[in-house]
Design a protein around this ligand. Structure first.
Ligand SMILES: Cc1ncc(COP(=O)(O)O)c(C=O)c1O
Length: 429
């Protein structure tokens, strides 16, 4: 019998995986698969842990949850009740934020390649914008001069778990570079913008503190120049998100105490040294708050042995969780109904999508698997459902949340009829 190291809210009860106190095999029976299961408690714990670590070293802090990681209205409402603010990247996310009860003053917009009608909508709704280019700023100022404006800076240092997720440095499409930043604030000031913030986001899935140290130092040195050369004060300095979560067995947790003592303390000391007053420190975590607060349950349809490999065919593919296919990401997988069985076989875990790249895991050591077994794909809460699709004309999965010790449905499973929504049959065929 194997005893596995499980993190909260996972538990082994007599060989069955429990998630936040509820049996995963019962959840699969009741709600069918593929099924995303979320834990309210874990979201709240993640928020509190991060907030405490930062506020410990700097009082004026706000957490802007990066909604793109998981836009379920219940997730947004839980974070709202925690006191979070929201970072959004599209009018759709702003709509969801407002629907979840966030007032405009608690919403930030950090888009890229933004359309004029989107700028108009944001401006009408009084949403604070982090502009991503001079073009975006010029077009916004023509639409209307906002009270408060922020510029996304490329601090010339990027980091992340995959090249697609490095959002600063020489190869990045995001943000303005130092000299352009100085000019941008001068233009905004001449246009009579009165209040200012400054922003960066260097990447996603960062488990080390060092990239933040370098990038925050650069951001603050640019803020100092803007303050001295343009003569403006910053209400907020936003250092972005990117806080990583361990996925692979060898990954270590981001050391929050180290982050706070090295990055937050340095922030506090430098804003004082540079005469920047007491700006709010904004952080924009997405993954950190929701990643390990959800698992994806998927049932085994088939086991197939070819001369080269052993495949386990499950009912969730890259239509349901795209990260393994898109980034080659590793997600831990447990056989939920055989937790104590030893890892004896090496499998590729394949989805139902008609593409060879549709693998949730490659060469994974797992217990011997049979048809009807239930797999739990861990760390599925961030960029899981929010990146899912109807590819291969498969309706999207359902979502269930564990709240107060009970499972409640928080998103109905899509039906076949949802596949024809918005389609129009035109003419004779
Ligand atoms: C502007 C911005 N802020 C925050 C985030 C959140 O990143 P993470 O989920 O890694 O914390 C992202 C993610 O892409 C982003 O683009």
């Amino acid at each position: 019998m194997v005893k596995r190291k499980l993190r909260e809210p996972l538990e082994d009860r007599k060989g069955t995986l429990y998630f936040d106190g509820i049996s995963t095999t019962e959840l699969a029976k009741t709600y069918d698969t593929p099924l995303y299961v979320l834990s309210e408690k874990r979201i709240r714990d993640n928020y509190n842990r991060l907030y405490s670590a930062i506020v410990n070293n700097y009082k004026y802090v706000r957490i802007y949850y990066a909604a793109k990681a998981n836009t379920n209205l219940n997730v947004l409402r839980i974070l709202h009740s925690q006191g979070a603010y929201l970072d959004t990247v599209s009018p759709g996310e702003v709509f969801l934020a407002l629907s979840a009860g966030f007032t405009p003053d608690r919403i930030l917009f950090t888009g890229t390649s933004v359309r004029n009608d989107e700028l108009k909508m944001l401006s009408n709704a009084n949403i604070t914008i982090n502009v991503d280019s001079q073009s975006e700023m010029d077009r916004l100022l023509k639409i209307s001069v906002p009270q408060i404006l922020s510029v996304r800076v490329n601090p010339e240092v990027g980091a992340g778990h995959h090249s697609h997720c490095i959002t600063a440095g020489p190869e990045s499409k995001f943000g303005l570079w130092e000299e352009e930043v100085i000019q941008a604030y001068a233009i905004a000031q001449r246009a009579r913008v009165e209040r200012f913030g400054i922003h960066m986001h260097i990447g996603s899935g960062i488990l080390e503190v060092e990239p933040y140290v370098l990038a925050v130092e650069k951001l603050l040195s640019i803020a100092k120049r803007v303050h001295e050369e343009v003569g403006i004060n910053f209400e907020f300095i936003d250092i972005g998100g990117g806080f990583g979560v361990p996925y692979k067995p060898e990954d270590k947790d981001l050391d929050l105490a180290e982050f706070s003592s090295k990055v937050v303390s340095m922030f506090k000391n430098k804003v004082k040294e540079y005469g920047l007053g007491k700006p709010y420190l904004f952080v924009e975590p997405g993954r950190y708050l929701v990643c390990d607060a959800s698992i994806l349950l998927t049932a085994v349809n088939s086991v197939k042995v070819t001369p080269g490999r052993k495949f386990v065919g499950v009912d969730a593919g890259f239509n349901t969780l795209v990260r393994p296919t898109m980034y080659g990401s590793y997600h831990p997988i447990l056989v939920a109904n055989k937790l104590t069985a030893a890892d004896k076989e090496t499998y590729d875990v394949a989805g139902p999508v008609c593409e060879s790249g549709d693998l949730l895991a490659k060469e994974r050591k797992l217990p011997e698997i049979a048809e009807g077994d239930l797999l739990a794909v861990l760390n599925a809460g961030a960029y899981g459902f929010s990146m899912s699709s109807q590819y291969n004309s498969r309706p999207r999965a359902a979502e269930v949340m564990i709240r107060g010790g009970k499972a409640v449905i928080v998103r109905e499973r899509e039906q076949l009829k949802d596949l024809v929504t918005n389609q129009k049959i035109q003419g004779e065929s």
